[in-house]
Design a protein around this ligand. Structure first.
Ligand code: TTP
Ligand code: MG
Length: 358
């Protein structure tokens, strides 16, 4: 049985702003803006959330819901720095850390650097260290798999520590609303509900064959997670070999200028992913799949590490220009490998082998 911890900072950006500006405390705070603009809310503190303000809502709507809210602009460099600080705390315990965003990560502490047997104790220590180092609170979830750990961390926010023991998992999953299951977004939730599946209980009652018929490959996944079977690995960014993103178009595309626009947004997305994992790479790859499903990948090796879209977009465009223009394009993908984590990789292997020998 694995021991997984999911850590998620509480109202992250907003809490940072309150920390650094005490006059905001006790008031509804919205990070994003300016108010009355088309900009969206990045996050709101818990007071503002009581008025219905939430992430991704247009700021104009947020202001209407909560006219007394104080809007503060982002300070990404500060959030990134804090994110680095909390990751260092995680790495004290294990290198098996999978960050999901600046404020959130999975940790596999089954084997950990201090050989602490209790994942609950580690979670408590990590929360305390985060508090001491950053003056911010985090919520933690502890369970035998990633999915349950993530649900758990959201259950007692803020400053929560929620444990789902293996013997409690079954009952917990049966009661869980269907939209809270991992891999079930808004669309799938609707589809589940139209099939009469509103919670884990009804999901549990469906056969694997039935679920596969309705949901394809994901059917098997839903069948397993509702039974508490969740073997997905914590994938350490320190071990990542490449970072990539791709998109299949709703309609095959012929027009080169449209393809270039798509390529631009893919490159921007790749940049975001690289920044999120704090990684850079040297080998750029463009993947193109055509309407007849034939596929080409072309790569270009930089002699320095790149992370920004502006560094690799021109190169990507050149590659795209050099390709077959007769066929319509079904899918575009971009990626970077030769990442600047390769030495860390070796360190990790060392730590692991000594850990296992101990
Ligand atoms: P979350 O962890 O989703 O939210 P949160 O930390 O603000 O609140 P909670 O206590 O519920 O965890 O996201 C972390 C940060 O990511 C958040 O502070 C701001 C940013 N963010 C956006 O910029 N846009 C978004 O749509 C979301 C969801 C988050
Ligand atoms: Mg959070």
């Amino acid at each position: 049985m694995k021991k997984i911890i999911h850590i998620d900072m509480d109202a992250f950006y907003a809490s940072v702003e309150e920390r650094d500006n005490p006059s905001l405390r006790g008031k509804p705070v919205v990070v994003g803006g300016p108010p009355n603009s088309r900009a969206v809310v990045s996050t709101a503190n818990y007071i503002a959330r009581q008025y219905g303000v939430h992430s991704a809502m247009p700021c104009s709507v947020a202001q209407r819901l909560c006219p007394q809210a104080i809007f503060v602009p982002h300070r990404f460099s500060v959030y990134k720095e804090i994110s680095g600080e909390i990751r260092e705390i995680f790495y004290e315990y294990t290198d098996l850390v999978e960050p999901l965003s600046l404020d959130e990560a999975y940790l596999d502490v089954t084997l950990n650097k201090y050989s602490i047997p209790s994942a609950i104790r580690i979670a408590r220590e990590i929360k305390e260290k985060i508090k001491n180092k950053t003056q911010l609170t985090a919520s933690a979830g502890v369970a035998g798999g990633k999915f349950l750990a993530k649900v758990a961390s959201g259950m007692n926010k803020p400053d929560g520590l929620t444990v789902i023991l293996p013997e409690e998992a079954r009952e917990f999953l049966l009661k869980l609303p269907i939209g809270k299951f991992f891999g079930i977004g808004k669309k799938t939730e609707e589809k589940m509900k139209s099939l009469g599946i509103h919670s884990g209980k009804e999901l549990f009652e469906k056969s694997e064959a039935e679920l596969t018929r309705f949901f394809g490959k994901m059917g098997g996944h839903y069948f397993r997670i509702v039974r508490g079977i969740d073997h997905s690995e914590v994938r350490s960014s320190r071990m990542k070999k490449s970072i990539s993103t791709e998109t299949t178009f709703e309609k095959d595309i012929e027009d080169l200028s449209i393809l270039k626009q798509k390529l631009k947004s893919l490159c921007d997305d790749l940049e975001r992913r690289l920044q999120k994992s704090n990684l850079k790479g040297k080998s750029f790859v463009l993947k193109v799949k055509y309407e007849d499903f034939s596929q080409v990948t072309k790569s270009f090796l930089f002699n320095y590490y790149v992370q920004n879209s502006s560094d690799f977009f021109d190169r990507a465009t050149q590659i795209l220009n050099s390709l077959n223009t007769q066929k319509k394009v079904r899918l575009l993908g971009v990626g970077l490998s030769h990442l600047n984590n390769e030495n860390q990789d070796e360190n990790q292997m060392d730590l692991f082998s000594s850990g296992l020998n101990a």
